[in-house]
Design a protein around this ligand. Structure first.
Ligand code: PLP
Length: 442
């Protein structure tokens, strides 16, 4: 979990197990260790993407194929990190490679609109029920910043209702329970996820201040916690009543059907932010929604808003998007992938229950998060030191078993992950529960 507050000291057996896991880890990765030392000299902390750092040093990957990655020390892993959902297509998907290589061959940086751009936009608009018009950005963070700015412009109200545990990008992080030093200096009002009464009350109380409500229909970085449909419906109805713009951040969750989680829940936003896998692994973000709101960017009209960005329509991302959405990730593929994930999560929970350990897996479809606690999880919580330690041990034990997850215990399955890979992961979790069971009993 991203949000942590260290509480009481943990039991010494857990500390010993983690220390041993670190030792074993370091011994098998001398090249990654050396690379980290070098990188630290020129980049603060040795990297340029903070969530990739973990102690004692991160594993450096050399390459990937299908759903496998290999590190620079020659260790190969089943990749269940899936580039935090951006790697939906696995590594080296041949159709994506061909189209992107062809686009590079035709010339990059043409400083013009191009043929793939409206094709990609058409594909996005055709999939998502609430998106009539769309614009592209470089990242999910940018897409959310643009959507928020547009909503503020539309409503002429500056306040933005956000949820504890939400993650909308580097400068829009609320996983710690509220804004932090890196959060953009906007007028945020904080609410609790899945709390219908509290959220509606806040919206009413601040109705002249709040013009925008933004949420992930399932919080991803905050722990793969789905929103309940009644919660989404209550927010939708209150936005309509008070003239607020509802933004869904579907940067991660749009993979859950051909039309995102909004299609599955049937509760639609006014604006949607997209990103991650959308361009087949090339960098991307997109925001779109009702034409009435989006048309503020129509440059043929006087006083139009300006949305610039050198790489917004870069030829690699546009080509990647056309093949990813147009040729590979169709409705049938999205449904099958969702079902594969549901089956895996149920299996993992059965394993945890069989072992009677304080472990459960939440999520939807191909996004799964390990939590070292029992009881229903409806919203962000503060992890205890023991839970933090167990998450760390889980990560290192699975690496030792040749399985690469996000360090925070999140799985984002890629399309090449099949039955055999799911079985391998389930068996590794079973083995973890057997070996570490004594550390995780209430
Ligand atoms: C829900 C959500 N929104 C936005 C972002 C930011 O996307 P990017 O990293 O492309 O800026 C992320 C990234 O993890 C995300 O999970």
């Amino acid at each position: 979990m991203s949000a942590t507050t260290v509480a009481a000291p943990r039991n010494s057996d857990l500390d010993t197990a983690i220390a041993e896991a670190h030792e074993r880890y370091a011994a098998a990765r001398p090249k990654s260790a050396a690379l980290h030392q070098k990188a630290k000299a020129v980049m603060p902390g040795g990297n340029t993407r903070s969530n990739l750092y973990y102690s004692p040093f991160p594993t450096a990957m050399a390459g990937g194929q299908g759903c496998q990655v290999t590190d620079i020390d020659g260790n190969t892993y089943l990749d269940l990190c899936g580039e935090y959902t951006a790697g939906l297509f696995g590594h080296s998907e041949t159709r994506i490679l061909e189209k992107v290589q062809a686009a590079i061959g035709r010339g990059i940086g043409l400083a013009s609109v191009g043929e793939n751009e409206p094709k990609f936009a058409e594909l996005v608009c055709a999939r998502f029920p609430s998106i009539e018009k769309v614009r592209f950005t470089n990242s999910g963070t940018e897409a959310n910043m643009m959507a928020i700015t547009l909503a503020r412009h539309h409503t002429k109200r500056d306040g933005i209702l956000v949820f504890r545990g939400g993650y909308h990008g580097s400068v829009l992080t609320f996983t710690g329970g509220g804004p932090n030093a890196m959060t953009a200096p906007l007028d945020f009002v904080m609410a609790d996820y899945n709390d219908i009464d509290g959220t509606v009350a806040l919206m009413r109380e601040h109705k002249d201040r709040i013009g925008t409500v933004i949420l992930e229909p399932m919080q991803g970085s905050g722990g793969c916690i789905p929103a309940s449909v009644p919660f989404l419906k209550a927010i939708r109805a209150t936005c309509d009543e008070l003239g607020m713009v509802l933004i869904y951040d579907e940067v991660m969750t749009s993979r859950h059907s051909s039309g995102g989680l909004q299609k599955l829940t049937g509760v639609h936003p006014d604006l949607t932010a997209l990103g991650k896998y959308l361009a087949g692994g090339m960098n991307i973000g997109a925001f779109g929604g009702r034409a009435k709101i989006m048309d503020a960017f129509d440059a043929t009209q006087p006083g139009a808003l300006v949305h610039s960005g050198t790489f917004n329509n870069n030829v690699l991302s546009m080509a990647g998007g056309v093949v990813a959405l147009g040729e590979i990730f169709d409705s049938a593929a999205a449904e099958a992938h969702f079902e594969k994930g549901e089956k895996l999560r149920n299996r993992l929970n059965e394993i945890a229950q069989k072992h009677k350990v304080t472990l459960q897996f939440t999520g939807l479809g191909s996004m799964i998060q390990a939590h070292f606690r029992t009881g229903e999880i409806m919203r962000r919580y503060t992890t205890t030191a023991t839970e933090e330690g167990l998450l760390e041990l889980f990560f290192f034990d699975l690496l030792q078993a040749g399985i690469y997850l996000a360090r925070r215990g999140m799985v984002a399955m890629s399309l090449p992950v099949g039955e055999a890979e799911c079985e391998r992961f389930a068996q590794a979790v079973d083995a973890f529960c057997t070996t570490r069971g004594p550390l995780m009993r209430a």
